[in-house]
Design a protein around this ligand. Structure first.
Ligand code: HEC
Ligand code: HEC
Length: 349
């Protein structure tokens, strides 16, 4: 048992060291809470009273509440309005049938709840559609981080042959220029530009709209000091999430989305997808993916880059096994799932 604990400690510190550079200069204070690391599970449901509380410094070290906003919504009102219209409009697809919203539904936490998504011909790509909610906060876009921000990302799916299938950006512009409402809206959003209906402006508008898709949750209230915002099971889950080492990768304002890590860091994970290797060509980037944000995670099944994991219970178990080399029981899974449920937010009006 001692040896096992020692091992767990090593692995967790290893994972932590790996993620260290993502927290900038916050890493110095990390020693203290790691010294009391245990598997977080043998207390199971039997943990009572005030034991499941993390001190404020630990919480602050790992997490940050959502900002109220990351774009001036008053100043950019025309741009955001245009972006929302484009996001919902199948005009951006070759057969006028598929919009961004087909795969990233605004009424469904920014996802389509499918393992992989059918495009304009019903064909599917190899990856799961991640949510657009809070995505603007990530270090980069896509599972492999190949687009630098939401503005750049938005231009990809329109020309993707499997997704929206437009042949060329000039075709997109020709279609938009035939619609009077778009002429007026682009002119308003890009005041002073001679030729406002340009392909890059489509990305700028959609990106601006996506920057408004923040979903504040009860966990944010808790981080801001409202102790009652989480119930006991959720607090226990939060403590286990941190003590087990999940927060070494899933941390920051989006509880993820701020670093790249290998899937199968400890126990190899079977997948043909080489992730970031395709972007960087580095051997060490094989099977490396952007660590997903866990905001709204209870609502965005199925999970993982290939959508191969159907339930949150299984995702938690697989993470513990493959990323941390730990087998976890129902006490751990239930509590961590409860905590993750507190990350479900709502879109601001
Ligand atoms: C046919 C389904 C489909 C359509 C249509 C689609 N997407 Fe996606 N989207 C995906 C898939 C699949 C991925 C992940 C692909 C990858 O990582 O290689 C993705 C990734 C993204 C991401 C990255 C999120 C993250 O966490 O990295 C954003 C943002 C996004 N899409 C926005 C859009 C916008 C905006 C549009 C419309 C212009 C759009 N998508 C159209 C399926 C779709
Ligand atoms: C070493 C870094 C690392 C650690 C530690 C880690 N994760 Fe992950 N997590 C990832 C990466 C990378 C992915 C994406 C894997 C993929 O799709 O191939 C992921 C995916 C997930 C997903 C699915 C997200 C989605 O949108 O599909 C959940 C849920 C999750 N992790 C929860 C946890 C929990 C709970 C723990 C602790 C038991 C944990 N993770 C520990 C890096 C990590």
């Amino acid at each position: 048992m001692k040896i096992l604990l020692f091992f767990a400690l090593m692995l967790s510190s290893y994972a932590f060291a790996q993620s260290g550079h993502d927290h900038q200069n916050k890493t110095q204070s990390s020693g203290d809470h790691h010294s009391e690391m245990h598997d977080g599970d043998h207390h199971g449901g039997g943990m009572h009273g005030g034991h499941h509380k993390l001190d404020k410094a630990t919480l602050k070290h790992f997490f940050e509440p959502l900002p109220d906003s990351i774009i001036d919504e008053t100043k950019n009102a025309a741009l955001i309005k245009l972006g929302k219209k484009l996001y919902l409009d199948p005009i951006l697809s070759v057969n006028d049938k598929i919009s961004c919203n087909s795969c990233h539904r605004l009424d469904n936490f920014g996802v389509d709840s499918q393992a992989t998504s059918p495009g304009h011909e019903g064909k599917r790509g190899g990856r799961n559609s991640p949510t657009t909610f809070n995505a603007a906060l990530h270090i980069a876009q896509f599972w492999d981080g190949r687009a630098k921000d939401v503005e750049e990302q938005a231009l990809g799916p329109i020309l993707n042959p499997i997704e929206m299938g437009m042949k060329a950006d000039t075709d997109v512009i020709d279609k938009l220029k035939k619609v009077d409402e778009y002429k007026a809206m682009f002119a308003e959003a890009f005041k002073g530009e001679k030729d406002p209906i340009m392909y890059t402006n489509v990305g700028k508008a959609i990106g601006a709209f996506e920057r408004t898709l923040l979903t504040p949750s009860r966990f944010d209230d808790y981080l801001k000091g409202d102790e009652k915002a989480l119930n006991d099971a959720e607090k226990r889950g939060l403590q286990k999430f941190v003590n087990m080492g999940c927060a070494n990768c899933h941390n920051g304002v989006a509880i993820g989305g701020n670093s790249y890590k290998k899937i199968g860091l400890v126990e190899p994970y079977e997948t043909k997808d080489m992730g970031r290797f395709a972007v960087t060509g580095l051997e060490t980037d094989k099977k490396v993916f952007k660590v997903p944000s866990l905001r709204n995670i209870a609502k965005t099944a199925p999970y993982f880059h290939d959508g191969s994991v159907a339930t949150l219970d299984e995702a938690i178990r697989e993470m513990a096994e493959h990323q941390l080399g730990r087998e976890v029981g129902p006490g751990f899974v239930d509590d961590v799932k409860a905590f993750l449920g507190s990350l479900t937010g709502k879109l601001k009006e």
